[in-house]
Design a protein around this ligand. Structure first.
Ligand code: CP
Length: 310
């Protein structure tokens, strides 16, 4: 495996291998010895054209804890501001001899395009509304840790599905791992054509969160991405919170064993209440913690010359 561009490119065995390796990486993360020599001499560029807290810092920590040299670049501060094209920019960085570029970009497909222009490994750290594969892997890791094997488990993904790259990667990942998926969203935030598509993929679509919650093993609340809604937000924020938000009252509908996930950043009071985000069954910070271990595993599999092949 040279690149991580999409969950679509991974087999179930490859996903499970990444998750299994992350278990040992998580042990490293929580012990005194935080650094492994595995990637000594390797150089990784975090190139983020969109803002990030979790993904950028955890990829940087993952690289450092595997002893790679890591450099951070953003769109601002590079010669792109002088008119240099994306192609010339990434070919310039590649020519310096780096081993990997981790790319977040506002355009869907940008990492896949960059992979065609460069020789180094490319990791998609979130591209437009397309995919966020490392997020889906860390979400699967976190849910598997708490619920066991995800085969046959019922996961509901709730929220702004139209704009969510996390949803797209998670849907692919969860289905490959054998989970049953229900999508819950207002019709205005369900990608067009999703209805017939979901039926073909054996995925259930619902507009009734109250009916779905008692049946789940995990509920994943997704952020309402108002920054991607140039035409305004319908329903209104208030209507949305009442109808599709994981409110304090709705927590009572969840089975005792069920867990709550959110990839972050959260809009508290909109898609998730403070009570739900901080509830005992919330895995939000477990997801953050798993992010470092899973990204260490991804870097290991892509750069160590061992592990999965594709
Ligand atoms: N979940 C996620 O991608 O968060 P950041 O935008 O903070 O990286």
């Amino acid at each position: 495996m040279k690149h991580l561009l999409s969950i679509e490119d991974l087999s179930r065995d490859e996903i499970e291998e990444i998750l299994d390796t992350a278990v040992s990486m998580h042990e490293v993360q929580h012990r005194d010895i935080k650094k492994l020599p595995t990637l000594r001499g390797r150089t990784i560029i975090n190139f983020f054209f969109e803002d990030s807290t979790r993904t950028r810092s955890s990829f940087e920590l993952a690289g450092k804890w595997l002893s790679a040299d890591t450099i951070n670049l953003t769109g601002k501060g590079t010669s792109i501001s002088k008119g240099e094209s994306l192609r010339d920019t990434v070919m310039t960085i590649d020519a310096m001899g780096v081993d990997m570029m981790i790319i977040r970009h506002m355009a869907s497909g940008a990492p896949a395009q960059i992979a065609q222009w460069t020789k180094c490994s490319i990791v998609n750290a979130g591209d437009g509304t397309h995919e966020h594969p490392s997020q889906a892997l860390l979400d699967a890791y976190t849910m598997r840790n708490r619920l066991g094997d995800l085969e046959g488990k019922h996961v509901a993904m709730v929220g702004d599905l139209t704009h969510s790259r996390v949803f797209r990667s998670n849907l692919l990942c969860l289905r490959k791992l054998g989970a049953e998926v229900t999508l819950v969203a207002p019709p205005t935030l369900l990608p067009s054509g999703m209805g017939p598509w979901a039926q073909a993929e054996d995925v259930t679509v619902s507009h009734d969160l109250d009916a779905v919650l008692p049946t789940v093993d995990a509920v994943m609340m997704l952020r309402v991405q108002r920054e991607r809604m140039s035409g305004g937000f319908f329903p209104t924020a208030r209507e949305y919170a009442v109808t599709y938000g994981l409110t304090k009252e709705r927590l009572r509908l969840l089975p005792d064993h069920a867990v709550i996930c959110h990839p972050g950043p959260m809009n508290r009071g909109l898609e998730i209440s403070g009570d739900a985000a901080d509830a005992a069954q919330s895995l939000v910070l477990d997801q953050v913690s798993a992010g470092v271990a899973v990204r260490m595993s991804i870097l290991y599999h892509l750069l160590s010359g061992e592990g999965t092949s594709a």
